[in-house]
Write a protein that binds this ligand. Structure first.
Ligand SMILES: *[C@@H]1O[C@H](CO)[C@@H](O)[C@H](O)[C@H]1NC(C)=O
Ligand SMILES: *[C@@H]1O[C@H](CO)[C@@H](O)[C@H](O)[C@H]1NC(C)=O
Ligand SMILES: *[C@@H]1O[C@H](CO)[C@@H](O)[C@H](O)[C@H]1NC(C)=O
Ligand SMILES: *[C@@H]1O[C@H](CO)[C@@H](O)[C@H](O)[C@H]1NC(C)=O
Ligand SMILES: *[C@@H]1O[C@H](CO)[C@@H](O)[C@H](O)[C@H]1NC(C)=O
Length: 457
């Protein structure tokens, strides 16, 4: 080796160091299968593989179950067309026969896609055949994803003598997409749900509305989107929503809608200025408390009767459009200064009322409607119970119908919520936010530091 590298000793040392790193994984490769996420258990004692027949099929077709049937059709096409070539292919002995089918066996074909549904599956591939066994169609979809990841080579092969058992560690594996600050097309949402299914994630948390825009067209409150979206080409119709839900069902992904309220609602003021406090005001007036956590100030007025009429229509429409048992109703970052710009609220506070009572009133008038009338489990952000400035008492939030989602204080708030008896969705901003950690909420942009013009009213 030295003679073929007639160079100074130092670079040679570096080179051999590098080669060592390259070589190390090779020796451990025969048993390496590149699966993501890693299954619960995998055994592949003698590395061997079998070529996939060009007539490979998944049996039976389950034509009676449209979502599973679509998944089977999709995976069959993917498996037969994909030509994954690992950088370093596993070293295996090839069987001299070929695999012509994967047999699916499902014990409860009618199990709905809902919180806690059994997503376990087991997969066995041998020279005599391949079987995928699952309790539900949703577990079968996870197994099909795994099977598709096992195929490699220009002449596709799959491992044999392979046994996999897999089940999720967590029943809720979600991804939140905010379609209010930025609009995303239906195609982009499809792409996101598709990527989730490759990673065996199962809840698309659709943060539909916020202060910036109200992009969903609701049958009984069409004005909210007509005036509050970025434009008619940047809103979601009933048909769009249905397509997104169907797309999710074909991939084992639930769609949980969130309408954030009573904070984060400046966009509602375009249609209903009378029910939104501090709308169209500069978010950070000099020498006074900020009116919002970021530009786009405006909150639903808890003392205005019309607020509840509009909110009820919104929630009702949401429950008819979305099938999921969970309905996310926001309740984060309520700003007391914004509320107090309203004379009725200011009077309520100056005569001994508290901000907590105002939030409790809002929750008391909306929570039972969601749980009792609409028969949904409410999800709120943790702020509603742990908010530093305004919060409700636990009695207002029954543990059996309320789930709290954490985002602050790392594990601390999660512990507090679990100790208080609630189910919790953990989405700590320190670990899981993909938009934080690189600058402030509004970026380092001086345009946000000064008010450019007074609104004329
Ligand atoms: C392939 O088969 C031969 C003959 O049985 C055996 O010696 C060899 O170890 C096998 N290779 C692998 C990677 O299993
Ligand atoms: C395939 O393998 C089996 C079992 O080892 C052997 O009996 C058979 O002759 C082989 N067939 C071919 C075509 O090599
Ligand atoms: C909200 O409801 C709870 C539980 O019923 C009750 O104790 C509380 O007084 C109500 N709060 C307000 C402000 O109405
Ligand atoms: C309420 O929802 C639960 C869970 O989805 C369901 O089992 C029950 O049948 C529903 N009740 C009514 C009255 O619709
Ligand atoms: C913000 O921008 C200014 C001007 O471009 C720059 O000097 C400053 O370092 C930036 N601050 C941060 C925290 O990035």
């Amino acid at each position: 080796m030295t003679s073929s590298f007639p160079m100074a000793s130092e670079p040679f040392f570096l080179l051999s160091f590098f080669l060592l790193f390259l070589l190390l994984p090779i020796s451990s490769l025969p048993s390496t299968l590149n699966l993501w996420p890693q299954p619960t258990s995998i055994s592949w004692s003698t590395p061997a593989a079998i070529p996939l027949s060009p007539y490979f099929s998944i049996q039976p077709h389950f034509s009676s179950h449209i979502y599973l049937h679509r998944a089977i059709t999709r995976y069959t096409r993917l498996i037969l067309s994909e030509r994954h070539r690992p950088i370093i292919p596993p070293v295996v002995n090839l069987s001299n026969s070929s695999l012509s089918s994967l047999h699916l066996s499902i014990s409860d074909l009618s199990a709905p896609l809902q919180p806690g549904v059994d997503e376990s599956y087991s997969l066995y591939i041998s020279t005599s055949g391949a079987t995928l066994t699952a309790a539900t169609p949703w577990g079968a979809m996870r197994g099909l994803e795994t099977f598709s990841q096992l195929v490699w080579g220009h002449q596709p092969v799959v491992p044999i003598g392979l046994r996999i058992f897999d089940k999720p560690l967590f029943t809720h594996r979600g991804l939140l997409l905010d379609t209010s600050r930025n609009f995303y097309s239906v195609r982009s949402i499809f792409r996101t749900i598709r990527a989730m299914s490759y990673n065996k994630m199962n809840v698309f948390h659709w943060h539909i509305t916020d202060s910036q825009s109200f992009p969903i067209v609701l049958p009984s409150e069409p004005e909210l989107a007509a005036k509050g979206s970025y434009g008619s080409s940047m809103s979601y119709s009933t048909r769009d929503v249905k397509r997104i839900i169907q797309y999710g069902l074909s991939r084992g992904v639930r769609v949980v809608p969130e309408i954030d309220m009573p904070g984060h609602t400046a966009s509602w003021a375009e249609a209903y200025p009378e029910i939104v406090t501090c709308a169209n005001r500069f978010w950070a007036p000099t020498g006074k408390p900020a009116l919002a956590a970021e530009p786009g100030a405006g909150e639903l007025n808890p003392l205005h009767a019309k607020t509840y009429q509009v909110v009820q229509n919104v929630l009702h429409d949401l429950s008819t459009l979305f099938l999921d048992q969970y309905l996310h109703a926001g309740a984060d970052e309520v700003n007391t200064a914004c509320w107090e710009t309203d004379p009725a609220v200011a009077h309520f506070i100056s005569t001994g009322g508290t901000h907590d009572q105002l939030l409790e009133k809002f929750i008391n008038l909306t929570h039972p409607y969601i749980t009792d009338t609409l028969n949904r489990t409410v999800v709120y952000w943790e702020d509603v119970l742990l908010g530093p400035y305004v919060k409700v008492r636990p009695a207002t939030l029954p543990t059996e119908s309320t789930i709290l989602q954490t985002w602050n204080n790392r594990a601390k708030n999660t512990k507090r919520i679990v100790q208080a008896g609630y189910q919790v969705i953990v989405s700590s901003s320190d670990f899981y936010y993909l938009d934080c950690g690189h600058g402030g909420w509004v970026g380092n942009d001086s345009r946000y530091d000064v008010q450019e013009a007074e609104p004329s009213d």
